[in-house]
Design a protein around this ligand. Structure first.
Ligand SMILES: Cc1cc2nc3c(=O)[nH]c(=O)nc-3n(C[C@H](O)[C@H](O)[C@H](O)COP(=O)(O)OP(=O)(O)OC[C@H]3O[C@@H](n4cnc5c(N)ncnc54)[C@H](O)[C@@H]3O)c2cc1C
Length: 381
């Protein structure tokens, strides 16, 4: 196991803090969050108090000034909460909706929206996907038109995580339809602004987070809510996607490893034909195959983290890891549900839940085919 980067005494202390939080405060409430269909908002405040929501961010805004190795430990341990929806809602806050604001936002905007998000006093969402444009990000139509000192926003976004919980959105909008890739802008949109509404969507998995369709009708926000430069939104969002995809890899591998462990425990106790299921050679082979794939997925993810910690571009590796981790988690969930037999098909079985939850990884944040399309381009095809 190549865990050198993640094994200093500082990492271990941090790992213990997160593990305790996940096991004692999240895991016992896993079913409750599913029934609520969202995370209890007070958990964000609790995580803010524990210093978990701005690990890589500047201390000036309440962050910890750490690197991706600590974000890795955070999501490896949050995997113990046994609720992929909850992990997803948290990762939207830490790694999907806030990186652009941290990197490109003005000090005023950071004081107003980033600092409270790091403190857990505000919840954020990332609003990119639209009913007619998901994989083809440049095909979005939500329009922001300048009117004096305001943007006037009209349009709709779909499949947005934290839709009902969010206090603000990192919105990608078209600001100049004739400017190609230079015609998009990222804008902070507070969800209490007149002209905003949402409808919740009914998902097959990830029940612990709320997902919805958002509507913007003549919604006004100050031009000062622009993140970075007007017209640079597409490029900024592509950078922000790198954090989104990397955190997806880390949480997916951690969740799958947890599922592997719990399924092993189950097979050690489940007696069939006079002996534990784990004593059958075919079962042992399955566990070894799964762990082999999981170890490869984890090492590929660690390679991405190492590059990020070294300040290097990891776009290619992250795209590959996203494909590999998604497929591995699907394979592991499929084997684990099978090993649980009929119980695996029950809603309260971890394997059954993982079976539907893991399916998202190969779709959300850029489908496998989108990753392959980028990789083919990067490789010169
Ligand atoms: C539970 C959930 C939560 C989500 N949370 C968010 C969120 O918080 N914010 C947000 O903005 N979005 C979110 N999404 C949206 C997600 O990122 C999109 O669903 C995803 O990017 C795919 O877009 P699409 O659904 O429009 O599929 P489409 O773009 O219609 O793609 C359909 C299929 O086409 C195939 N395909 C894609 N590209 C290519 C290609 N180049 N060549 C060949 N085939 C291809 C793939 O198989 C793909 O699955 C979420 C989605 C879900 C399900």
């Amino acid at each position: 196991m190549s865990s050198d980067l993640f094994n200093t005494s500082e990492h271990e202390v941090f790992r213990d803090t997160v593990r305790k939080f996940a096991e004692e405060e999240l895991a016992p409430r896993a079913r409750e969050f599913d029934e609520m269909g969202r995370i209890d908002k007070s958990l964000f405040k609790r995580m803010g108090d524990l210093g978990l929501l701005g690990l890589r961010y500047d201390p000036e805004w309440g962050g910890s000034g750490l690197d991706w190795s600590f974000s890795t430990v955070l999501f490896e341990e949050l995997g113990r909460c046994d609720n992929a929806g909850v992990t997803m809602g948290i990762s939207v806050q830490t790694d999907m909706a806030t990186p652009s604001l941290h990197q490109f936002g003005s000090d005023d905007l950071k004081a107003q929206y980033l600092a409270p998000a790091i403190a857990g006093e505000m919840v954020a969402a990332i609003a990119v996907t639209e009913p007619d444009a998901g994989s083809d990000v440049a095909g979005i139509k939500t329009r922001a038109v300048r009117d004096g000192d305001d943007w006037v926003i009209n349009g709709s976004k779909i499949y947005i995580t934290n839709a009902a919980t969010a206090d603000w959105l990192c919105l990608l909008a078209v600001t100049d339809p004739d400017a190609g890739y230079g015609g998009f802008t990222q804008i902070v949109v507070p969800t209490d602004a007149p002209g905003f509404r949402y409808d919740l969507l009914d998902k097959i998995g990830n029940w612990g987070s709320d997902t919805g369709q958002l509507f913007f009708e003549d919604l006004r926000v100050p031009i000062a809510n622009t993140i970075g430069d007007i017209g640079r939104g597409f490029q900024q969002q592509m950078m922000q996607f790198q954090d989104e995809r990397l955190v997806a890899c880390v949480s997916t591998v951690a969740g799958s490893k947890r599922l592997w462990e719990r399924t092993k425990e189950y097979c050690e106790q489940r007696v069939l034909f006079g002996k534990p299921l784990s004593k059958m050679q075919v079962t042992q082979f399955k566990f070894v195959e799964m762990l082999t794939q999981l170890t490869a997925a984890r090492e590929l993810t660690y390679a991405c983290v190492r590059k990020r910690v070294a300040g290097e571009d990891a776009t290619q590796e992250i795209s590959m890891a996203k494909i590999f981790c998604g497929r591995t988690s699907r394979m592991v969930a499929d084997e684990c549900i099978q090993l649980h037999g009929g119980y695996g098909y029950m809603k309260d079985c971890v394997a059954g839940r993982a079976f539907v939850d893991s399916r998202l990884v190969s779709i959300g944040g850029g489908a496998d085919e989108t990753m392959i399309h980028y990789l083919a381009k990067m490789l010169g095809f």
